[in-house]
Design a protein around this ligand. Structure first.
Ligand SMILES: Cc1cc2nc3c(=O)[nH]c(=O)nc-3n(C[C@H](O)[C@H](O)[C@H](O)COP(=O)(O)OP(=O)(O)OC[C@H]3O[C@@H](n4cnc5c(N)ncnc54)[C@H](O)[C@@H]3O)c2cc1C
Length: 414
């Protein structure tokens, strides 16, 4: 792999950029791999990357039915934070956030991590108490957050209206090292590094069946033929239930469409991420100047990847109270992704009833932020059979009633 550096850019500038190679190869599938990962989203690619980097396992194929990063990884609003309530969540999200800090250097690919700060507004008495509780829990977990006053909110976000007609801003939970990253670049950076280690990323190849013998996985059927493997990682977000069905087990997961939209680009006006969970909307400004706005999830299960007018109306109506300037913005485009929701709003990283098959799913509306931590822990689980980072998120928690309730931390779609 040709390293990206200031010298490489200068060299290529002198020869009209004719020397750049492809970022990743497009190989035909082999008959057999040590590990097959289904799904080339951020979580699948990060898993492959840490299998190679941390455990030297490089005979790996990542199989993707569309194009890599074309699922939720390329459709989200890129918020990164680790201010969750429960200890296992704080551990995995903070691991991810800390890996994001120098992921560009690690991958030699600019993922544009921008730790600009994330603020979750408290607009009811209930939220004040909830966020103060989270700030105390975070202090014990070693996650740096603080509960801030309305005056500090105004200082950080001058365009905010503190005196909303329905819900005034009463304070906020603030994580100064939270922020955003460029979602495509996260997928592309991992893909390039995986390809460089000799792994195969096979796009436009759908897994249509899971093959097994005597309760142990042996491979997958795909639209490019059968592929054998010793271990299988299923990392397909909104399609988790479908893959689990192929592998012969059921998941406590529902798939729903989640939407987002962006405005026309405007001059820089807000350099933090603001989430308003009570009125249900959140907003940040992209490097291009667009206001990136997150909406809600559909109220019914479905597998669509589209936007809808009533979501735009509801989301913008909610945001206008807190940001009156939004009323003068033209909206540029909207879209949807299929997210997989568990009952306790926490993910599943687990062995499955099929020996040798593992599942990474249930990140719901908030799994972009966790990509590096999830890949790190899931790779450890797949390589060694256990991981302290993923242990609490195993499937048997639903049978044993060990829920990891994050319904408040995951409150608004993000
Ligand atoms: C609108 C929206 C906003 C969001 N905002 C945020 C946010 O601000 N912050 C945050 O942390 N999270 C956010 N999320 C959630 C986040 O995007 C997801 O949790 C995360 O991207 C999931 O990554 P993944 O790799 O598991 O899934 P995906 O990126 O969806 O990848 C799964 C891949 O599996 C492939 N696949 C499925 N079935 C098969 C098959 N049979 N064969 C082969 N391939 C298959 C799919 O094509 C897909 O590419 C948002 C999501 C949406 C939709």
């Amino acid at each position: 792999m040709k390293r990206y550096s200031v010298f490489a850019v200068a060299r290529e500038a002198l020869r009209y950029h004719t020397g750049w190679g492809r970022a990743w190869r497009a190989p035909e599938p082999k008959k057999k791999y040590d590990v097959v990962i289904v799904g080339a989203g951020g979580h699948g690619l990060a898993t492959a990357y840490y299998l190679g980097k941390n455990y030297g396992i490089t005979n790996v194929a990542v199989i993707e039915k569309g194009w890599l990063g074309g699922g939720n990884t390329g459709r989200n609003t890129t918020i990164i934070r680790s201010n969750y309530l429960q200890d296992p969540s704080a551990a995995i999200y903070e691991k991810a956030r800390s890996l994001y800090e120098d992921l560009s250097q690690d991958l030699n690919y600019n993922i544009m991590f921008s730790p600009r700060g994330v603020m979750m507004l408290a607009q009811t008495q209930h939220e004040i108490r909830g966020y103060q509780r989270t700030a105390h829990a975070n202090a014990l977990q070693g996650v740096t957050t603080e509960y801030i006053s309305p005056a500090r909110v105004k200082q950080l976000v001058p365009i905010i209206n503190l005196d909303g007609p329905r819900y005034p801003v009463l304070g906020a939970l603030w994580q100064a090292r939270g922020g955003t990253a460029r979602h495509d670049a996260v997928a592309w950076g991992y893909a390039r590094a995986c390809s460089d280690m000799g792994m195969h990323i096979i796009q436009q190849c759908e897994v249509t069946g899971v093959r097994s013998d005597n309760g142990r996985v042996t491979g997958v059927d795909t639209t490019k033929g059968a592929i054998d493997c010793d271990k299988l990682g299923m990392v397909v977000a909104g399609h988790s239930g479908i893959l689990a069905d192929m592998a012969g087990f059921r998941l406590p997961i529902e798939s729903v469409a989640l939407q987002a939209l962006v405005s026309e680009p405007i001059k820089p006006c807000m350099d933090v991420v603001v989430m308003a969970n009570t009125v249900h909307g959140y907003m940040s400004q992209s490097d291009k100047g667009e206001m990136v706005i997150g909406g809600g999830a559909d109220g019914y299960n479905n597998y669509t990847q589209r936007g809808s007018f009533h979501h735009i109306e509801e989301t913008v109506r909610a945001l206008v109270e807190t940001f009156p300037m939004v009323s003068r913005l033209k909206m540029l485009r909207q879209w949807g992704g299929i997210v997989d929701m568990t009952g306790d709003r926490s993910p599943i990283l687990s062995k499955t009833p099929l020996e040798g098959a593992f599942i990474n799913a249930g990140w719901g509306t908030g799994g972009f932020k966790s990509i590096p931590g999830s890949g790190w822990g899931f790779a450890e689980l797949m390589a060694t059979g256990e991981s302290a980072l993923t242990q609490a998120f195993s499937l048997d928690r639903f049978a044993e009633g060990r829920f990891i309730d994050e319904s408040v931390a995951a409150g608004v779609a993000h």
